[in-house]
Design a protein around this ligand. Sequence first.
Ligand SMILES: Nc1ncnc2c1ncn2[C@@H]1O[C@H](COP(=O)(O)OP(=O)(O)OP(=O)(O)O)[C@@H](O)[C@H]1O
Length: 323
Amino acid sequence: MCTVRDLVKTYPATRARRGAPAAPAVRANDGISLDIRHGEIFGLLGPNGAGKSTLVRQLTGLMRPDAGAIDLLGHDLVRHPGRAARLIGYLGQESTALDELTVSLAAETTGRLRGLDARTARAERDGVLDELGLADIAGRPLKKLSGGQRRLACFAAALVGPRPVLVLDEPTTGMDPVARRAVWAAVDRRRKRDGTTVVLVTHNVIEAETVLDRVAVLERGRVIACDTPAGLKKLVAHEVRLELLWREGPPLHVPEVAALSESAQCSGRRWVLRLDPDLARSAVAALTGGPAFEALDDFTLTTPSLEDVYLALGGRTQGLVKA
Ligand SMILES: Nc1ncnc2c1ncn2[C@@H]1O[C@H](COP(=O)(O)OP(=O)(O)OP(=O)(O)O)[C@@H](O)[C@H]1O
């Protein structure tokens, strides 16, 4: 359905200018290869700056790679980037282009721009706004909506006018749980009904585990793993995850805490440890039965998540979020 081979993209260095410091060149995609199958929900998971949006911009024909190949449904998108618009419904990270329009007009206009006649565009608009629970705010301009409502309205617009592929860059950012559910139900409906293939960018591991068929984990412009969420989790099946939340600082003078600190991934007051189940049990017993207990705000012992896979593969903690 879509093959990506050895994709390379480097943003050039910039010179210092008018108070702005010089910036070195950034190799945002460093030899990415992927095979996305027909009808699957394929995820790109990685921390901030991993190169996900850069990859998506090339997939959608908005940016030309320095090297490599992209074939989408038999079309060479490096040579013919303009064809991507006919094949892909794209929801980018920033979508201010529709801000001046009402929700209704944003959806209808997108349909017209995608070649629908006026009557079909209006019918599809009404269907999508009903489906996503947006009918009540259909007459309001996007710029006057909350962040989550605006995001949902942009998602609605991206669905008007059928496309075999949807590329969604963090579609549920800022949305409440009801809106999130509406988004995933709409995606699933299109996959079942139309065989739509979905490429989804996320750094939300919980979302990734629940909605994705397969996921490529990106780190510093490279794919460090690609499999089903369950397949990836097998990599860390022999471990459990111990999460500690300290009230203030961890009491490093307590020997058990000092020993754990060596293998903990720390972000602020939160420590994450991946441990052998027996070790985890004895660590919990020592922490809850000893002097460290006073300093603990909360702790959880769970089976590993995709975040643990990412850490086991050598990823850094920052940027992958839990929920
Ligand atoms: N226009 C640009 N000019 C220079 N560097 C850029 C540009 N856009 C992105 N970068 C750099 O390229 C790298 C990859 O960025 P990209 O936006 O693709 O990451 P991402 O995985 O989508 O991150 P996020 O999760 O924060 O959206 C980062 O180091 C970023 O700073």
